[in-house]
Design a protein around this ligand. Structure first.
Ligand SMILES: Cc1ncc(COP(=O)(O)O)c(C=O)c1O
Length: 394
């Protein structure tokens, strides 16, 4: 147990934080204050997908900082950084996803989607799925799966029902009383779980039939992580609402709810200011995001898939690895036990590679390297991991 952070006046999220003291970060590498370099094989948990400090993102941020920072709460003024971020993001999405509400985090995008679907449908029930993780505001926690994480904070948002994920039977619960159904397109915290295409299509179909809105949470799996710009593209479906975050901000804090214009318009009346945020659409994250969208559009998807395949093949060859689950560069490596996972994470860190735990999947660790990781960093990280597997001692 370490309480060093707290004694320095910083709240802790666990009793055993990594406590790495960061000096600077560039590309796939983080440099510590003591000069040690670490390969970031998780991209800041999926947020720094184009590498740390990408020059074009930094340029856009610098230019914006020189123009203006916050001037007015979201929604009253027009700011060119917001216009550009919206224009580039919407330009990559289907026509029905025609407007965006920028917020400050992923969980805020989820809350906004939950509120909007209740407002538009005039229904209250929200269906979510086993294994789902949507964040930690009251709304996002309410539609997340883990009973252990929810119980201490009850009562949560009402009229939410959890249904078995990827089971056709579960779809029967979706009827004309349902405002919305929320699902991660690819489950992340459950250990990178990919649903059947037939299930996703049936889910889409059922929502349309009964007038329930489909909310896809692509906060972690979207924006390039799965080897396509958006994860729903793998399934040939389009959601009614798309929640984005993490990589969307190019390293800055940002979330987004993307919906139809006519839906989002309903936040503006009855009541007026039905959903507001002071800093949503802040010009600096918007400037970074506009640049991140440009990088996303120009991503070499063939190489992303090649990198993913190399990681999968290399790690699968180790006897210590039970299973590699992967789509694009969204990867879970399952081992025999939580203790084995812990040993590999710790020894990898000592040897200069950052991999990390899932919140709810103790037998696996996550890998999510920058989409543009160099060949040299990729191979160095993999060699280190293979050496760490050799040292596992349980
Ligand atoms: C799938 C998913 N949804 C929502 C969130 C919440 O995002 P944030 O931490 O930005 O609130 C996360 C964060 O990890 C996530 O992975």
């Amino acid at each position: 147990m370490s309480e060093q952070m707290l004694s320095d006046g910083l709240a802790q999220t666990t009793l055993h934080p990594l406590e790495l003291r960061i000096s600077h970060a560039n590309g796939s590498r983080i440099t510590l204050e003591n000069g040690k370099e670490i390969i970031d094989f998780i991209s800041g948990i999926g947020a720094s997908s184009f590498g740390h400090g990408h020059s074009s993102i930094l340029n856009a941020i610098h230019k914006q900082v020189d123009k203006h920072l916050h001037v007015m709460v979201y929604g009253e003024t027009r700011q060119s950084a917001q216009d550009l971020a919206a224009h580039r993001l919407l330009g990559m999405l289907p026509d029905s996803l025609s407007a965006v509400y920028f917020v400050n985090s992923g969980a805020e995008a989820i809350d906004a989607a939950m509120k909007l679907t209740r407002r538009v449908t005039k229904r209250t029930k929200i269906i979510a799925f086993s294994g789902g993780y949507h964040g930690n505001t009251f709304g996002a926690l309410s539609v997340s799966s883990s009973a252990e994480r929810k119980a201490p904070f009850a009562p949560l948002v009402g009229d939410v029902e959890l249904v078995e994920w990827n089971e056709m039977d579960g779809l029967r619960t979706i009827d004309a009383s349902v405002a919305s159904v929320i699902v991660e397109t690819i489950q992340g915290d459950a250990g990178i779980r990919i649903p059947e295409t037939s299930w996703m299509r049936a889910l889409r179909e059922k929502c349309t039939q009964v007038g329930a809105h489909l909310i896809l949470d692509e906060i972690q799996c979207g924006f390039g992580r799965t080897g396509r710009p958006f994860a729903f593209e793998h399934f040939g479906i389009v959601p009614d609402h798309l929640c984005l975050g993490k990589a969307l901000g190019g390293g800055m804090p940002m979330g987004a709810l993307v919906s139809k214009k006519t839906h989002l318009q309903q936040f503006a009346h009855s009541p007026s200011l039905g959903h507001i945020t002071t800093f949503g659409g802040h010009p600096v994250p918007c400037a970074a995001s506009a640049e991140a969208s440009k990088l996303l559009k120009n991503t070499d998807w063939v190489r992303v898939e090649q990198v993913g395949a190399i990681i999968e093949k290399t790690l699968q060859a180790s006897e210590q690895v039970h299973e590699v689950r992967r789509i694009g560069l969204y990867i879970a490596v399952e081992m025999a036990s939580a203790e084995a996972v812990n040993q590999v994470i710790q020894s990898a860190l000592e040897q200069g590679v950052l991999i990390f735990y899932f919140l709810s999947t103790p037998n696996a660790f996550r890998i999510a390297p920058p989409l543009n990781i160099s060949d040299a960093d990729l191979h160095e990280a993999l060699d280190t991991l293979l050496a760490c597997f050799e040292q596992v001692n349980i």
